[in-house]
Design a protein around this ligand. Sequence first.
Ligand SMILES: CC(C)(COP(=O)(O)OP(=O)(O)OC[C@H]1O[C@@H](n2cnc3c(N)ncnc32)[C@H](O)[C@@H]1OP(=O)(O)O)[C@@H](O)C(=O)NCCC(=O)NCCS
Length: 322
Amino acid sequence: MIKAAITGWGGYVPNNQVNNHFLTTIVDTSDDWIKTRTGIKTRYISTGENTSQLALKAAAQALKQSNLEAADLDLIIVATVTPDSFTPATACLVQAELGASKAFAFDVTAGCSGFIYGLNIAASFIENGKVKNALVIGAEVLTKVTDWTDRNTCVLFGDGAGAVVLQPSYYKGILASYCGSAGDKEGLLTIPAVPVRNPFVSEQPAASVISMQGQKVFKFAVKAMRKSIDKVLEDGNCKFADIKYVIPHQANTRIIDFVARKMRVDKQKFYRNIESLGNTSAATIPLAFNEMLSQGLLNKGDKIIMVGFGGGLTWGAVLVEL
Ligand SMILES: CC(C)(COP(=O)(O)OP(=O)(O)OC[C@H]1O[C@@H](n2cnc3c(N)ncnc32)[C@H](O)[C@@H]1OP(=O)(O)O)[C@@H](O)C(=O)NCCC(=O)NCCS
């Protein structure tokens, strides 16, 4: 059976690194609170680059790594909750800049699980033979929808983009995948878009910024990650011992600790880079993957699990043989 194999990868963050001390100058917080409650020490914040520009930089690296030209691409998916515009899709902007004229391109909105959803969609196109070369990007400028007066959320987020190229293979690739949603819990994590504003509506619209019920999201996250990991292990006929690394969504290092503890597995198998990048939503997983490859942590034949959760609520995982 044809599988979707990862053959290229890239990552990019803006060059403006912001430490916790800076945040203490704008909200009532401390370096110690942020570090101990979340694991975050720094994050990168855009000084003007929008989501498509970050996505493009990550995409160019992934293409180069896979030895493909932009013209070879059949499909471009950008997972984001912070697109440049409602239309055109950020994926279309990336397509135009790359010159990937053969590709069809669209965005996926599934909160911080967007990259996992994007991988699932692209893999399905590859497995059914309709697409050969797919580019999947997770890209966000979350700081443009951050409420900079809310200490509960503004300390958590950063900007960035990560990308992978997927191609058909008989030998390796995505062995199992899983996505889930719970729309009835939508209120736990929201970023409102444009409200109804017309001559028939008099209400003042709510600001388009992130709001979150942190503790409830925390509890949901632990359950959703555990369930997603178990599901892809079962569907992929693997044991946790077969897995070299889990690459979890980077929202809070304590969430990752809890998942490992509940599963009674070695927490060192869960890769983390939240300390330096913060939560970049749909970009955390491909950014971590790119970083791990550049550090030589992953080799051909390794099995890994990428697992995420986010607003929607949404969750999901993929089990990949590299
Ligand atoms: C947001 C989060 C870090 C908060 O940590 P927590 O341990 O749950 O903290 P709480 O919300 O219980 O708040 C504890 C106290 O710290 C305070 N606090 C919140 N943010 C603070 C900050 N940045 N600095 C200092 N104090 C802060 C609260 O006001 C509260 O004070 P109180 O006890 O006087 O009311 C944590 O709940 C979390 O990570 N949730 C999941 C978030 C997530 O995954 N989001 C992305 C989903 S994709």
